[in-house]
Write a protein of this length. Structure first.
Lengths: 321, 346
């Protein structure tokens, strides 16, 4: 018996609905159909009136969630693809993200963003939006990379009083598996050392964790021990764990699937450069997707985003600097 | 089931005199408050803009005066009167414009961006139309909790009806059959843009039919007509007939903000029925119906001015927020605050 990343997200939503009568789910096709990816499969039948199809209106879906949160509800809303959250962007960054600061009334909503590239998905079903939302004050941005985190962080996302942007990676939905759902969870906001090492630090998150772990494994053949840090949440960013790792290894590569300009990778490198410059034995490096829309053709897509072999090659450069 | 649009014309004879008096006194208070805000602005005593609702007091008062405790009100820019009718105070108005730490926004937001969401009084953001789905969401959550008879009112202008958020919000409210009243103040201009550059339908009320919701129209310069129309709309929403759209015709008698002389307003409109001052219309209605005398109105006006002066004196003595005392925290969960800021250790 095993559980996938997607099943974990579904199970966490089911548990949230079971445990807390304030929770409801609202989004396109999330009702009887069970969602475009089946993340809400059977939940509408299990919780009548609490898992509802929404009109095709991302702005109104998020706006509804904000109003419901003001009245004490704990809505989970699904943007069918992260890319479409741009249509609900104003409600997320100007309404949800400012409510607590302006009025002292917290805004406990969860906005689920099925994120990242998959084969053949193309420019508008592949985006990674975490940096855009992390830029705005007032939002917590979660980027789970494991089945366990997908489950426990979703529960935490519903439980905390602030708006959470929950970036779940579509590439992990079906293939990433665990033996069972976790009983315990690492605190949200703390990064995790996914693999210990002494020669270089890779800081990464979401699907790129798995590419990075593969690259670290590849380098082991040459005797290099690579430490891999899974950020888990990009906001807050656990700078202390990153700096402590860089203090041990002296070398830093940051890997993300999002675009390069002003993103999570840029923020990590900026913090290490300003707060831990003396810890570095070599200039820090980063790997992002290329600065173009996400291409459709599998060959183009494979060359658009970092992969284990690209990460391994970059690590070899970093280690010989 | 789709409700047919019914554009009602309302007779002016069965309104409770006490209600008209109460509404008129709110209108007076709003006007006096805004006149004071305008002079404070001219004296350079307010930082940032001042946005007034002169000419819209009758409609705005009518928008919220039928709401009860537990209802939701999401006012917009020109709703000083409706805010007061819903329970906002002149003191909190000045506190917010002057940035008092004791105001509901504590200097973190200003002017018309104020509210007390816990009391059903939602705080607008500047993006027009954005409040429509939020008020709908408040009503949705109330219904989910099993509460019935709750009503939400929000307002919008002619310009705001062009936004995607307005469309998405009204459509969603219609699909969910929420007890939402959307008051459209067609004041002929969105900032400087006339209706001819804003929409192409013959009447904004036509939009109600498109959403499958009930529609009402009224003369927004006429307090009795505005009150009677909103009374019907709020009652219909409360009784479970789904969203109601009220389109009122009037003219903004000031600029978009006090920085704006509104020189773009067609002079013919100012002279037309639509350009009437609703306070003058209301005074004539009160006196003509023997609900009040000119002397009584003069006394109310004086009392109102005294209330405004008193509130201003208090607000002016209050301190603004001290940056050193601020927590500079945009989320409520302390342990999830991202703690690396360049200015943190300054």
């Amino acid at each position: 018996m095993s559980v996938t990343y997607l099943e974990a997200i579904r199970a966490a939503q089911e548990k949230a609905l079971t445990d807390d009568p304030r929770v409801f789910i609202y989004g396109q096709d999330v009702g009887a159909f069970g969602g475009a990816f089946k993340a809400t499969k059977n939940l509408a039948a299990e919780f009548p009136g609490r898992v509802m199809d929404a009109p095709l209106s991302e702005d109104a879906i998020v706006g509804l969630a904000v109003g419901a949160a003001i009245e004490g509800a704990r809505p989970i809303v699904e943007m069918q693809f992260a890319d479409f959250s741009t249509v609900g962007f104003n409600q997320i960054v100007n309404q949800a993200a400012t409510l607590y600061y302006r009025t002292e009334v917290p805004c406990p909503i969860v906005v689920r963003l099925p994120s990242g590239g998959t084969l053949g998905a193309g420019p508008f079903h592949s985006q990674s939006m975490e940096a855009v939302y992390a830029h705005y004050p007032g939002l917590v941005v979660m980027t789970p990379a494991t089945v366990e985190d997908a489950y426990s962080m979703m529960l935490e996302a519903v439980a905390i009083d602030d708006p959470v942007i929950f970036c779940e990676h579509k590439l992990l939905y079906y293939h990433l598996k665990a033996d069972k759902l976790p009983d315990t969870a690492q605190p949200v906001g703390k990064a995790r050392i996914a693999r210990a090492g002494r020669d270089a630090t890779v800081v990464t998150y979401s699907a790129m964790l798995h590419e990075s772990l593969q690259a670290a494994e590849d380098l082991l053949e040459d005797g290099w021990q690579i430490e891999v840090i899974d950020l888990r949440t990009v906001k807050p960013l656990d700078t202390d764990t990153i700096l402590a790792s860089v203090a041990r290894t002296g070398r830093l590569l940051v890997v993300g699937e999002a675009w390069p300009w002003g993103g999570v990778n840029a923020e990590v490198i900026s913090r290490v450069a300003t707060e831990g410059f003396g810890l570095l034995d070599a200039a820090p490096m980063r790997l992002n997707a290329r600065d173009t829309p996400v291409p459709y053709h599998p060959d183009l897509w494979a060359a658009h985003r970092p992969t284990a072999s690209v990460i391994a090659a970059r690590l070899r450069q970093l280690l010989t600097q | 089931m789709v409700t047919a649009v019914k554009a009602k014309s309302v007779a002016c004879n069965d309104l409770d005199p006490a209600l008209l008096v109460r509404a008129y006194r709110v209108m007076l208070l709003a006007r006096a408050t805004e006149d004071k805000l305008a002079s404070l602005y001219r004296a350079g005593m307010i930082k940032g803009g001042v946005f007034l609702g002169k000419g819209q007091e009758a409609l705005s008062t009518a928008s919220s005066i039928f709401l009860q405790k537990g209802d939701i009100f999401g006012p917009l820019i020109r709703d000083q009167a409706g805010r007061l009718a819903f329970g906002d105070t002149v003191l909190d108005t000045f506190r917010t414009y002057l940035g008092s730490a004791k105001g509901p926004m504590r200097g973190r937001d200003g002017n018309i961006h104020r509210g007390r969401p816990r009391e059903g009084y939602y705080a607008m953001i500047s993006h027009l139309g954005a409040l429509v789905p939020v008020v709908a969401g408040g009503l949705y959550a109330r219904r989910l909790r099993g509460e019935t008879g709750v009503v939400g009112v929000t307002s919008i202008g002619d310009g705001g009806t062009s936004t995607g958020a307005f469309h998405e919000g009204v459509n969603l409210a219609a699909v969910e059959r929420l007890p939402l009243v959307v008051v459209v103040a067609n004041n002929q201009y969105a900032y400087s843009t006339p209706n001819s550059r804003q929409f192409a339908c013959a009447d904004l009320l036509d939009k109600a039919a498109g959403y499958g919701i009930a529609g009402f129209k009224c003369d927004g310069t006429d307090p009795i007509a505005s009150l009677e129309t909103l009374q019907l709309a709020v009652q219909a929403a409360r009784e479970g007939h789904g969203p109601q759209m009220v389109v009122a015709t009037l003219l903004r008698l000031v600029g978009h903000g006090e920085h704006d002389d509104a020189g773009y307003v067609d002079a013919a409109l100012r002279q037309a029925n639509v350009g009437r001052d609703c306070l003058e219309v209301g005074a004539r209605q009160l006196i003509g119906s023997d609900f009040a005398t000119a002397e009584e109105i003069a006394v109310w006006t004086k009392e109102t001015q005294a209330e405004v002066e008193g509130a201003l004196n208090i607000a002016q003595r209050e301190k603004g927020p001290d940056p050193a005392d601020e927590d500079w925290q945009a989320i409520s969960t302390e342990r999830l605050v991202d703690g690396h800021h360049d200015l943190e250790d300054e």
